[in-house]
Design a protein. Structure first.
Length: 401
């Protein structure tokens, strides 16, 4: 009898232990699901950088895509152009092709994974809009303010849409036309630049109207216009955080490269096999995390590049290098001599700006303008130039050796 009672007690103990284990497992699953569906809230709370791939498509496929980097700790953001014509090996097709061949409306995971590899960064989130969704979102936000340098005449099937120059507010329909139309006289960079202008304006509007969007009725309409892997609760957290975005200083980064025809397709191959893009992403993330306030000088460093060697085209190629990092190269040319042994970076104003540029090419020779020796072949440059780089024989096209 006593043995039977002990057995029953043992059985009850096993049952209780089993229930405890089940509760712990269920709780872990619930917690994991919440973390996975609302990870962005924890990223914001822990001040981790947030990376989102924005895409816009129409019935023919992907119109454009942009990579958005945001740092909650500082409120700083950056946009990277993602050219659909970027040429790379597509494993599933076993050939070289445009990366946007991987895009599928409603399920852009393959495309997102490829972009993640090319940019060297994990991209956990995406937001995908069709053009009708763009129109709805822009109208809900009461238009987007965009600066247009020259008047635009957009010819569509049954009408002509005129967009004046200057700072204009575009409604949803005009915004769709602005991002979609193709101008034969426009360069590829200018075309892609329009897309960055649109997304900059959209992010700024999200920042301005963050609280408005979070109203229950408005949020339902806004969220319903998107295809995204960000859950409703997490998206609400994101919109709330966008109220802290420093929207006037979103850094825009183009992707430069060489155009090559492959199998009757013009593909873009970024310089240095895309390594510059990945390095630019890394440096941008570091810059976004910098708690120092943006200074106007830091954002608008104007560079002059002079060739102090006999290597033809070295200044031009180096200008492309710095353009990949988002800097403005105002002038290229030849130095006063063609046998300069050592590259020199000359600060015309802010020494720290020159030091940042020198670090990109691993140049240790940084000097202030008044200390530069005339033997280096430096000339007096226009006041608009902030930094002059005189390339020497130690520069191999990427780094100083």
């Amino acid at each position: 009898m006593a043995g039977s009672n002990r057995k029953q007690g043992f059985d009850k103990g096993i049952i209780v232990l089993g229930l405890i284990v089940l509760i712990l497992v269920a709780s872990s699953i619930i917690l994991y699901t919440q973390l996975r569906s609302d990870k962005i809230t924890y990223d914001i709370k822990d001040e981790r950088s947030i990376t989102i791939l924005f895409m816009v498509h129409n019935q023919d496929g992907l119109v454009f895509s942009e990579l958005f980097l945001y740092q909650p700790m500082t409120g700083k953001g950056a946009l990277f152009d993602v050219p659909g014509s970027w040429g790379d090996v597509i494993d599933s097709l076993e050939r070289m092709d445009r990366i946007d061949v991987l895009y599928r409306a409603g399920n852009p995971s393959s495309f997102r994974e490829k972009v993640s590899v090319l940019f060297g960064i994990e991209i956990p989130y995406f937001i995908d809009l069709n053009v009708s969704g763009v129109e709805d979102v822009v109208d809900l936000l009461e238009g987007l303010e965009v600066f247009i340098a020259n008047p635009v005449e957009i010819k569509e099937e049954d009408q002509i849409i005129l967009v004046p120059s200057g700072s204009v507010v575009l409604d949803g329909k005009k915004t769709v036309s602005f991002v979609s139309f193709v101008d034969a006289n426009e360069s590829d960079l200018e075309y892609r630049g329009r897309h960055q202008k649109f997304l900059q304006a959209l992010l700024k509007r999200l920042s301005e109207k963050s609280e408005f969007i979070r109203h229950a009725d408005v949020f339902t309409i806004f969220y319903g216009a998107l295809n995204t892997n960000i859950g409703r609760r997490a998206f609400d957290s994101l919109i709330k955080e966008m109220g802290s975005l420093n929207a006037d200083y979103i850094v825009s980064k183009p992707v430069h490269g060489d155009k090559v025809t492959v199998d009757d397709q013009v593909l873009l191959f970024p310089h240095f096999e895309g390594n510059l893009v990945r390095e630019s992403v890394r440096q941008t993330l570091e810059s976004l995390a910098n708690t120092e306030v943006f200074s106007e000088d830091e954002l608008t460093v104007v560079i002059e590049i002079l060739n102090g060697t006999e290597k033809t085209g070295l200044a031009s190629r180096t200008a492309q290098l710095f353009a990949n990092f988002g800097y403005e190269v105002a002038r290229i040319g030849n130095a006063g001599r063609a046998d300069l042994e050592t590259t020199v970076v000359i600060a015309r104003s802010d020494l720290s700006a020159a030091q940042r540029l020198a670090a990109l090419i691993k140049c240790s020779n940084v000097e202030q303008e008044q200390t530069v020796s005339s033997e280096m072949g430096a000339e007096i440059s226009p006041e608009a130039i902030d930094v002059t780089i005189i390339l020497g024989l130690d520069f191999d096209g990427r780094y100083c050796k």
